[in-house]
Design a protein. Sequence first.
Length: 176
Amino acid sequence: MANTAYIATSLDGYIARKDGGIDWLTEIPNPEQSDYGFSAFMERMDGIVMGRNTFELVQTFDPWPYDKPVFVLSRTLQEIPQKLQGKAELVNGPPEKVLDSLRSRGMKHLYIDGGKTIQSFLQLDLIDALIITRIPILLGSGIPLFAEMDREIRFELVRTEMLNKDLVKNTYVRKA
C-alpha cells in the first residue's frame, strides 16, 4: 500500500490560516488554469483519506472535486451530508486499522489529506511519499503542516518542479 500526502504550504510551512482559511491559495495567478499535475496524481490513487476539518472545507466546493471515494476520518462527525452520500464515507479508528480495512476493500494507493491526518499518519510512519508545493507567501502564523514527532523519518527528494514561475513542487519518498 502506498500512502501519499499531496499538499501546498506557505514558505513558512503553514497549510492554512489560524481560522482554517486558504484564500491565499486561490489568489495565485494561474492564467493557464493549470491543476499543476493534480489530475495525473489522482489517476494513480484509489481513494482519499481526509480528516473532518478538511472534509468540512472541501464539501463547500462546487462542484465536488473528487471522482474517487473519500474516506473521512472523524470521531465526532455523525453522518455525511445527503448531497455527498455515495461520494464520501465516515471511517473511525486508529490509522493502521483504517488502512487495513481499506486495503481489504482493494485500496492500494491512498491520497492522505488534511493537516492533523497527515501528522497522525507521519507519527505512525504511514506516509510513503510527500508532494509539497511551496507557495511564495509568508503567513506568519497558521496551521502548520508538520507537528512535533517522537522520532525522525527520512525522505529522499526525487523530483522538483517549478510551476507558473512562482511555485515549487517537491516530491519526496520515504527512505527504507
